[in-house]
Design a binder for this molecule. Structure first.
Ligand SMILES: NC(=O)c1ccc[n+]([C@@H]2O[C@H](COP(=O)([O-])OP(=O)(O)OC[C@H]3O[C@@H](n4cnc5c(N)ncnc54)[C@H](O)[C@@H]3O)[C@@H](O)[C@H]2O)c1
Length: 252
């Protein structure tokens, strides 16, 4: 049991990697707060967990909702040990001149501003506790670009640097901050990086994403969850400011 009695907020816990993390953390003794804008999905994840876990309908781009989430967690458990900023949104291949200001801002809000907002409200409690772990799900796209994913790549690059900035700022308070760069992963998000009909999307998933992974398979949500477990546990007690690639070699 690597996370016995730990209280963990996992954003985007209603699907894909977030759901896999919730399951794994639960199996390791954590009390998991499954925070997701999709309430039904969050509840579905939480109901399948065995520990004292709960779903929290939260839009991580809305400051009032993040504040309320934090207050609810402190009210229920009295502490927050782990924060996983995993919620994110993709973009499909779009030439830069066709990216609207609205789309740009939305991607930055969901993928980057969310990390600022959760830190703003959760970090004061971690400082008070003298303990805390934050893990941010960035992407291999944050260091290795693809054409047409301009805003997404920029947003994940920002998450990587924000991870390091928070790691150095919060180290004196014994709060560790790390990131994970998943490669192309077998989740509901993957097809949303592409345009076209179902047949074209399936073909391009293979041609573009699968073929770019040297180890030859898409990353499974559970692979990313294992990395998150390591970073959140005491096995990584002297690891901070690190970005762990779980990408089958895509980033080499
Ligand atoms: N799937 C991939 O190929 C891939 C690769 C690298 C990185 N990532 C990143 O991994 C993370 C998890 O992605 P996934 O593949 O599991 O995707 P997913 O679509 O399966 O899950 C994402 C979850 O985030 C939630 N979410 C979206 N916007 C939200 C908001 N404003 N507030 C709260 N929750 C919100 C969704 O409801 C969903 O449950 C994301 O940050 C994504 O950018 C994905």
């Amino acid at each position: 049991m690597l996370l016995q009695e730990k209280v963990a907020i996992i954003t985007g816990g209603g699907s894909g990697m977030g759901r896999a993390m919730a399951r794994l953390f639960d199996s390791q003794g954590a009390k998991v707060v499954v925070a997701d804008v999709n309430g039904a999905a969050a509840r579905q994840t939480a109901e399948a967990l065995t520990g004292d876990s709960v779903a929290a309908v939260t839009d991580v781009t809305a400051e009032a909702q993040v504040k309320e989430l934090t207050e609810q967690v402190i009210g229920r458990y009295g502490k927050v040990d782990i924060l996983v900023n995993n919620a994110g949104m993709p973009m499909s291949f779009t030439p830069i001149e066709e990216v609207s200001g609205e789309q740009w801002n939305r991607i930055m809000d969901v993928n980057v501003k969310s990390v600022y907002l959760t830190a703003k409200y959760v970090v004061p409690h971690m400082k008070r506790q003298g303990f805390g772990v934050i893990v941010n799900t960035a992407s291999i796209a944050g260091v290795r670009a693809r054409p047409g994913l301009n805003a997404y790549c920029a947003s994940k690059g920002a998450v990587i640097m924000l991870t390091k900035a928070l790691a150095i700022e919060l180290a004196p308070y014994k709060i560790r901050v790390n990131g994970i760069n998943p490669g192309p992963a077998d989740t509901p998000m993957l097809p949303r990086f592409m345009n076209g009909d179902q047949e074209q999307i399936e073909r391009e998933t293979k041609e573009i994403f699968l073929s770019s992974v040297p180890l030859g398979s898409l990353i499974q949500p559970e692979d990313v969850a294992q990395a998150a477990l390591y970073l959140c546990s005491d096995m990584a007690k002297l690891v901070t400011g690190e970005i762990l690639h779980v990408d089958g070699g895509r980033g080499i």
